[in-house]
Design a protein around this ligand. Sequence first.
Ligand SMILES: *Cc1c(COP(=O)(O)O)cnc(C)c1O
Length: 462
Amino acid sequence: MHPALADDLSRLSELLQSARDYAAREVAGLAERPAAVSGRAPERAPLPAEGVGGATALTRFAERWAPGFSGSAGPRYLGFVTGGATPASVAGDWLTSALDQNVSGAGGSWAQELERETVGWLRELFGLSEAHSGAFVTGATVSNTIGLAVGREWLGERLGVDVSRAGAAALGPVDVLSGSPHSSITKAMSVLGIGRDRLRQVPLLSGNREAVDVSALEEALAERDGRPAVVVANAGTVNTVDFDDLRAIAALKERYDFWLHVDAAFGGFAALSPEYASLVDGLDAADSVCVDLHKWLNVPYDAAVQFTRRRDLQVAVFHNASPYLGMPVGEPDFLHLTPENSRRLRALPAWFSLMAYGQAGHREIVERNVALARRLGEGIDALPGLRLLAPVRLNVVCFTLAEDPTTERVSALAQAVAESGEAYVTPTVYGGVPGLRAAFSNWRTTADDTARVLDALAAASR
Ligand SMILES: *Cc1c(COP(=O)(O)O)cnc(C)c1O
């Protein structure tokens, strides 16, 4: 054994203790470290020839790189839709690495069963019936890609083509209909050989809405003369968290032939609160569903879950059968369900967080985040220099400069806020107007944090 490795083995518990102490200090100070960091990263170091051992590696990391890490897991980082990591989920994540299970399949371990238990809990959390099965993946982009891949296979079933064997081209052109899809949908279409240009954007409801006009969707489906399609419904748009009417869209399945995929990356968490659960009424009727977990569940990157009612078609797409891996029989191993073969036990952090805080704890995070987003929205509305671009529907505040909101001026505002270290918000364009988004999805954000964000915005927009 290389001496540095042998030395680390003999002092394993000290090394883990140092990493623990370091992490505990950093996380304790998270609320006060700058939300975002700028400045230049250090010059790249050469490949270490001999290695310095784990303890010195920790020191080098702490000196060279850690100062440039953002406070994105902290309470005032409101860019994109960024969750933090609950205490129990961090413990679960550490153990995922320490115990290093490969959940491609059973492989002589109970780990795969733990993933199945966790998927079952999540299914219940989001109000899905047992008709849905699922798996952990790295993020909503992959979850959406799987949903569309299974939808593509379903189109083949309708048209008498075995897509997994004959290839996507054998289907002919595939249309994907959607109102306000996330960019990951067209990315998935590119990956799957459907093609980004096959998105058929359906008109939205009038009156400052991002939700699809269901009667326009019906017209688009009627024009297809029975040719099956894929419909992507959006349950929580990133700009204004608008929701398509899932129940009404699902009802169209009685008259038209389509695969219904719902991108509920973060909006799916509305299901946790009785007050907002009606926003995702009808979710269970979807053929496939995407929910992100590193956003509003507040588990560490990277984790999402995908669900579908057609596991048979999912296996047709993703099966990885060979003499040494075995053919999928009975309940398929995960390697037959997702793009990966070897897989991290990504379920363990979610398992820990759900075990530790339960449905009630996670509901409280969602409800507090929504209440704070509303509070920030009211505060912004009252500032002379800013105005809301849309009502605060759930956990995102979409706003811009009251006067002359050019791209340059809005970016300068975002930059000034970031440089204050107090908060981080990210740019967007809404209804053709450059604006900013403040998305609440962190478990530790408080009313005090929200007041500090508002002060930072007020100062930067003065
Ligand atoms: C964040 C998001 C995605 C992409 O999620 P990743 O986890 O970053 O891949 C897709 N759809 C919606 C609605 C999202 O908010």
